[in-house]
Design a protein around this ligand. Structure first.
Ligand SMILES: Nc1nc2c(ncn2[C@@H]2O[C@H](COP(=O)(O)OP(=O)(O)OP(=O)(O)O)[C@@H](O)[C@H]2O)c(=O)[nH]1
Ligand SMILES: [Mg+2]
Length: 393
């Protein structure tokens, strides 16, 4: 196991999904008291979503990981207003969350060209500061890569997540009969006959205690945060990580995975989810699937084998439960259809909600207008009465 984790670390070293940087805006330029001249402001530091950039490339290109913007120009007789310092642009990939060292979100890079200011330059010296410039405060920021995919695969190691992605898409992730084959996230595109594409992220397997940082799964749970939906994958025959760890049936695997997500971030569990029951080509798979379906219908009654702290607060109500064999291709086309249907349903529901919200806003707007407008009927009647001096009776 120790050896395995060493191998994992070595391999994992090729891929970086977070980076800590030192950033500082430029200092302001000196003012010129004699002539009331104002120094230029220091430049700002920006993180900019750039094409073909990876965090690894940022690290290789800037091994010091220090980014300081230009100093503002001093005020001089020739140029009373000092020049502004040059901004410093840090290239970064799309799909990055930028946070402070304390975890406060500064901004997200969701599309190419998005820019987030991470350090502000100091002000140039002026009358107000007795012509002394201010220095910019340095800070450390964190860039965290969050994959942007429609669906995220969630499962214990060896459940067949990578095999499933291979069967459904053009991706070629590594597949092997040992746990933790997948060491870094990979996105595959599901292609449909009408050219519709849906992206699915293959993630390293989770293990029990992942939320406590056990295994590597936890490191990747954050990627699931941005996927629209979850695709749980379980081995129909169950799973055992090692001879010393307990065997978990497919039903227990579902509940344990739910619990891990819940402990990491409760909102994750409220995402729409599909359950893929894999390895249906194995002997007795059909009976085991039936058993799983019955258990999922009334999960409370079947959680007795789990410790109390492993039982999720809420059970997931899967949009679809789809038996497949990633090995033989059984059920794969049906699964692709279910994935698409689930995403379409979610998008429709979102559109409906946003339409209703807009309609509500419009109603409120018109209500307000009719109450305040001089042209509303009540006001018109009132003002006519007043101007003519006639009683309404
Ligand atoms: N019999 C059978 N074996 C399968 C099936 N799908 C995957 N396997 C096998 O299960 C093993 C694990 O498959 P992977 O796709 O690497 O599993 P994974 O969930 O990606 O594993 P990690 O990356 O370690 O989390 C491999 O030996 C696969 O050949 C299936 O449908 N039937
Ligand atoms: Mg894998």
């Amino acid at each position: 196991m120790v050896q395995l984790s060493r191998i994992c670390c070595r391999k994992y070293g090729k891929f970086i999904d977070n980076l800590r940087l030192y950033v500082r805006g430029g200092s302001g330029g000196m003012g010129l008291p004699r002539l009331g001249g104002q120094g230029g402001d220091g430049g700002d530091v920006w993180v900019v979503a750039t094409k073909d950039m990876t965090l690894k490339r940022v690290k290789d290109k800037y091994p010091q990981k220090r980014f300081v913007a230009g100093t503002g120009g001093n005020s001089s007789v020739k140029a009373l207003k000092g020049e502004r310092g040059e901004d410093c642009n840090v290239p970064a990939p799309v799909g990055i969350a930028i946070t402070t060292d304390h975890g406060r979100l500064i901004g997200n890079l969701d599309a190419l060209g998005d820019r987030v200011k991470v350090a502000k330059g100091g002000r140039g010296g002026s009358y107000r500061s007795l012509f002394n410039p201010s220095k910019a405060r340095p800070c450390n920021i964190r860039l965290d890569l969050k994959l942007v995919a429609d669906m995220g695969l969630v499962g214990f190691p060896n459940a067949g997540k990578s095999s499933l992605l291979t069967a459904m898409s053009n991706a070629k992730p590594e597949i092997a009969s040992y746990a933790f084959t997948t060491l870094q996230p990979e996105i595959g595109k599901l292609m449909y006959k009408d050219h519709k594409q849906i992206s699915v992220a293959d993630l390293p397997g989770l293990i029990e205690g992942a939320h406590l940082n056990k295994g590597m799964g936890h490191k990747f749970l954050k990627h699931v945060e941005r996927t629209k939906q979850l695709l749980f994958v379980v081995d129909v025959s169950g799973f055992q990580l090692a001879s010393k760890t307990p065997f978990r049936s497919a039903f227990e695997a579902v509940q344990l995975l739910t619990k891990e997500l819940e402990l990491y971030k409760k909102e994750l569990v409220s995402k729409p989810a599909l359950l893929v029951v894999n390895k249906m080509d194995l002997p007795d798979a059909a009976e085991k699937l039936e058993e799983l379906k019955i258990q999922l219908q009334s999960p409370e009654g079947f959680c007795s084998l789990l410790d109390d702290d492993m039982i999720p607060d809420e059970y997931i109500n899967f949009q679809h439960i789809v038996p497949v064999s990633a090995l033989t291709g059984l059920g794969i086309e049906h699964l692709k259809g279910c994935i698409r249907q689930s995403l379409v349903e979610e998008a429709d529901a979102e559109t409906k909600v946003s339409h209703e919200e807009k309609l509500q806003e419009l109603r409120q707007h018109f209500d307000k207008l009719s109450r305040t407008s001089p042209y509303n009927l009540n006001n018109v009647a009132l003002s006519t009465t007043k101007s003519t001096g006639l009683s309404q009776v």
